[in-house]
Ligand binder design. Structure first.
Ligand code: SF4
Length: 953
């Protein structure tokens, strides 16, 4: 048996493989090159098919579960996807979205060739062009921007991310400041709350070993990290763990919880602070952990000057400071029963060091000040000492590896004000929601804008303003949509370039699914199958459907064409290490990465007679380490200590200059901490390398009143909603487990499971408005309104209505689109800036090479609610505050399901109003932004300086 011609020495123990009474749940790995199954459709005849089982990774959410593609030996077609038992995160299991990859691959509506706009931008008319034509045009424009030092005019805007660090390396090689993410509509609020504690921006709960699991909504557990998290939560539950869920809805996870609390939106922080207060006054805390790892001395210095630097004095002060957060206070703010909060506090205290908590979007993404909700949640972990412990909550960075290519370009010196405007110095990642407004204000322009597996006008709030800007060629010179499938935004592109799905591209992926550091390998499976059979190919365009290209090869080729003679210093990062002057292949790239930057992989591969790349092609994953606990106490290595000197706070630093480049997270030069007892450990990535109960960053950058975990009244707090005037809070940011933004649109299995889009409406509220299930209601926001059908249910708290965020897909008549999910719309804009969208046709059966397209029985395209939301950026985290104050009434005469009407002048007013509550930089030392905060492409330190003056540390 061979893999790419090399011998294999199976078997190995695969984490997801099980045997029971002679049965096994997966074919043994030694059969993966020659697995025989009988054709189910031929039953009762026995018709064998022989398959290669080739690992890859799901592309439908971030958790990157392993998939095994079944590639038929007869015609090299992919017959199905199942789980990969070798993957430590998913252990052979998937949610419904994983196997539905097969629909995406075989979708008759997918884009198969490069397309170029014909006529006006947004006319929806395209012609087929060659890859060469597209590349030449794009490369010429980018080269021009680089040569003319317009280094903020090239922007790559990512929706579903691929390999960590890959495009970042490309952009760094180009010397542009152009990485844009979707984080501000996703997770800035969650990230910000964690960042100001520990530098790391997200949690990694050790669910399987937890005694108490506290989830702030069930978002990741039922939708995003659905499979890897859910299976470990169930394991814990079987072992006796108790689960508490705070969620406005009775979600799948809440229905499995021991305690479900549905608080008023935005009040969650008050609840957590009441629990913190309980822990403090009952002594249910881990004193030694807090004493060693919390910056309590700074807390005293800043908030209680004159108090002796004494730990007991600190605890007394802290207990006193949080005493006002009583259960009664929190219950009043949250509109819940005191008894529920008492029960929650007991559960948290009982969890002790085995308290696993989690939040990602939900309340942190819904509310003004949502980042403080996250900060208050993690406060409970800090108090109970359940940070980095077995069954506790870890920082993501411990359970994740980014495998860089060793040949990294030098850091650039550019700073894009379109990405990092000075008004939001503490934003967690780029201010992407504001891009159209910043362009309209003339703060810059874009020569080339890549939307990459991203649908900005659909996903972001204020989509009509996006359309206005996307159509404006003076603001965006060229819009290149890199996408596997049609989206609303792609219809407003100049080039639509077909990119590969999960089984058609390379990426390394690593995410914090549990206490394990694994690196998985997404790969183009047909290409691997061809290689094994010695079938020649040029690149992935020869192995994918049509001319679909994998992105990595596209970026390499584009970089080459930007700098064809190497004079810009770009080409060398894309040259073959062994064939000077020739292009680097993907095999060469990954062989180098896997041989140099994945600890243990070369040895494991060698033990099986494989190269590191052959190992990854065969298993699709490698586990670098597991059971990673208390890495804050990791002793520093000799190399880390060499040249490091403690500063006045004990932070060990190596010399840096303004030419130095900060890491992805953390400060340049900082390596660890000297403790009072003289021990030197790695600590955290915060400025103090401790857990920052008192954030000097928040204090020194204009937010001293929020430097400690606290409660910020949300923009949709109960005090701001007039229930007597039919005002409600709209929760538009929950997801159904089987759908994912616009990427599930071309997966017929998923559309078959979920194909209605009701407005969740508490039965009492519905009755009060005389609205029944199925009735049309008009939902009015600050900038317009939309029309939707109500669903009266007990599964949402009174005063709140909810509409999931995956439906409402549309295309204009005559435009390309995905007919599995899109309804046809008429789109009108008045000269005064009032937009109207109205469906003129529902989803309908259509004829294609897939006979199932004629069997479509659903017709509801849903309602594109985001169009009616203004931008609402939190002034600290930059998070778009998704919750909306709305007024609900019965539909007006003439209203039709799906109608959306918006005045973009009102959008602009709302933008200005939220901008006015920001507290602009620069901060201390004339910095644009604190260096330790995450930035995907970090420039040299001097680029952080807003003013020219400034000294090195
Ligand atoms: S949880 Fe589901 S969608 Fe996410 S990676 Fe796993 S299988 Fe794919």
């Amino acid at each position: 048996m061979t893999t790419n011609g090399a011998p294999v020495n199976p078997p190995v123990n695969l984490p997801g493989a099980r045997r029971h009474e002679g049965l096994r749940n997966f074919p043994p790995v030694e059969d993966w090159d020659h697995h025989v199954e009988y054709d189910a459709k031929a039953h009762p005849r026995k018709v064998p098919h022989t398959y290669s089982l080739i690992p890859t990774i799901c592309f439908n959410c971030e958790s990157s579960c392993g998939l095994l593609a079944y590639v038929d030996h007869e015609d090299l077609s992919i017959k199905k996807f199942e789980g990969n038992p070798a993957h430590p995160g998913s252990r052979g299991r998937n949610c419904a979205k994983g196997p539905a990859t097969i629909n995406q691959v075989h979708d008759p509506e997918r884009i198969l060739h490069p397309l170029r706009r014909v006529g006006e931008r947004g006319s929806g008319q395209f012609e087929q062009v060659s890859w060469e034509e597209a590349l030449t045009d794009i490369a010429t424009r980018i080269r021009g921007a680089i040569v003319e030092d317009r280094r903020d005019e090239v922007m790559y805007h990512v929706g579903r991310p691929g390999e960590d660090g890959f495009v970042e390396r490309v952009l760094q090689a180009w010397g542009v400041d152009g990485h844009n993410s979707h984080t501000n509509v996703c997770s800035s609020g969650g990230r910000s709350g964690y960042t100001h504690w520990m530098g790391y921006d997200r949690p990694s709960p050790d669910y399987a070993n937890a005694k108490t699991i506290l989830l702030l909504s069930s978002h990741l557990e039922t939708g995003h990290y659905f499979n890897p998290h859910a299976q470990r939560i169930m394991e814990a539950k079987q072992n006796g763990a108790k689960i508490a869920v705070l969620d406005l809805r009775l979600s799948n996870t809440a229905s499995h919880a021991d305690l479900w609390i549905a608080p008023w939106p935005g009040s969650e922080g008050a609840i957590f602070l009441a629990v913190a207060s309980y822990l403090l006054r009952t002594g249910s805390i881990d004193r030694e952990f807090i004493r060693r790892w919390v910056n309590w001395d700074v807390y005293l210095e800043r908030l209680h000057p004159g108090t002796p630097k004494d730990f007991d004095a600190f605890l007394a002060r802290l207990t006193e400071d949080y005493a006002r957060y009583t259960f009664e206070y929190a219950a009043e703010v949250a509109h819940v029963e005191v008894e529920q909060l008492e029960a929650l506090a007991r559960m948290v205290a009982d969890g002790g060091t085995r308290l696993a908590t989690h939040t990602w979007r939900s309340a942190a993404a819904g509310n003004l000040g949502g980042w403080q909700i996250t900060r208050s949640l993690f406060f409970l972990n800090v108090l109970t000492g359940s940070v980095g412990t077995a069954g506790g909550t870890h920082p993501n960075g411990w359970d994740k590896i980014i495998a860089h290519h060793p040949l990294m370009p030098e850091a650039n010196e550019a700073w894009s004000e379109l990405l990092w405007p000075i008004e939001y110095p503490l934003t967690t990642n780029e201010m992407s929601t504001l891009l159209p407004h910043l362009l309209q204000e003339g703060r810059g322009r874009l020569e080339v804008y890549f939307s990459r597996v991203y649908n900005p006008l659909w996903v972001n709030p204020d989509g009509f303003t996006w359309i206005d800007v996307l159509k404006d060629e003076s603001k965006i010179g060229l819009h290149v949509a890199l996408t596997p499938t049609w989206s609303e935004s792609a219809a407003f592109a100049d080039y639509v370039l077909p990119m590969g799905h999960a089984s058609e591209r390379h990426d390394t992926m690593s995410f914090e699914t549990h206490t394990s550091k694994w690196l998985a390998f997404r790969q183009p499976v047909t290409r691997v199958a061809m290689e094994r059979r010695g079938i020649p190919y040029r690149d992935s365009r020869d192995t994918n459907p049509g001319e679909v290209w994998e992105e990595n090869e596209f970026w390499f080729e584009l970089s080459w064409q930007i700098d064809p003679d190497g004079s810009l210093g770009i080409r060398r990062y894309f040259e073959s290490p062994d064939r000077p002057g020739e292009r680097m292949t993907q095999d060469e790239y990954y062989e180098t990465v896997f041989s140099t930057n994945v600890p243990g992989l070369p040895e494991a591969a060698r033990a099986q007679g494989l190269s590191p790349l052959q190992y990854m092609r065969r298993y699709g994953v490698f586990e670098v380490a597991r059971d990673l606990y208390r890495l804050d106490e990791r002793p520093l290595s000799a190399a880390e200590l060499e040249g490091a000197v403690p500063d006045e706070n004990g932070v060990l630093r190596k010399p840096v200059t303004l030419e130095s480049q900060p890491p992805l997270v953390g400060e340049a030069g900082a390596v660890g901490l000297v403790h009072e007892d003289g021990t030197r450990t790695a600590g955290w990535l915060s400025p103090s390398r401790k857990l920052e109960l008192y954030s000097t960053t928040l204090a020194d950058w204009g937010w001293p009143e929020h430097a400690t975990p606290g409660y910020i009244e949300s923009h949709v707090a109960a005090t701001r909603i007039d229930r007597a005037d039919q005002e409600f809070v709209l929760m538009p940011n929950f997801r159904l487990p089987t759908l994912v933004h616009t990427r599930s649109g071309n997966a017929k299995y998923l559309n078959e499971i979920a194909n209605t889009h009701p407005l969740w409406f508490n039965t009492a509220d519905a009755a009060a408005l005389d609205v029944g299930t199925g009735d049309l209601v008009r939902v009015t926001t600050e900038i317009g309104h939309f029309v939707v059908r109500a669903w009266a249910t007990e599964a949402i708290r009174p005063g709140v209505v909810g509409l999931s965020h995956h439906m409402g897909r549309w295309m204009q008549d005559g435009h390309p689109g995905s007919r599995w999910v899109m309804g046809k719309v008429d789109l009108q804009r008045s000269d005064e800036g009032v937009w109207k969208l109205r469906y003129v046709d529902t989803v309908k059966p259509f004829t294609s090479e897939d006979p199932d397209s004629e069997r479509i029985y659903w017709d509801d395209p849903g309602v594109h609610q985001n169009l009616a939301f203004p931008v609402q950026p939190d002034p600290v985290s930059g998070m778009h505050c998704w919750h909306q104050k709305v007024r609900i009434e019965k539909a007006h005469e003439g209203d039709r399901y799906g109608d959306v009407e918006v005045d973009v002048n009102k959008s602009r007013e709302a933008y200005r109003r939220w901008l006015a509550i920001a507290r602009p930089g620069p901060g201390p030392d004339g910095q644009r932004r604190p260096e330790f905060l995450m930035r995907h492409v970090t420039p040299k330190r001097k680029a952080y300086r807003f003013a020219a003056a400034g000294a090195t540390r």
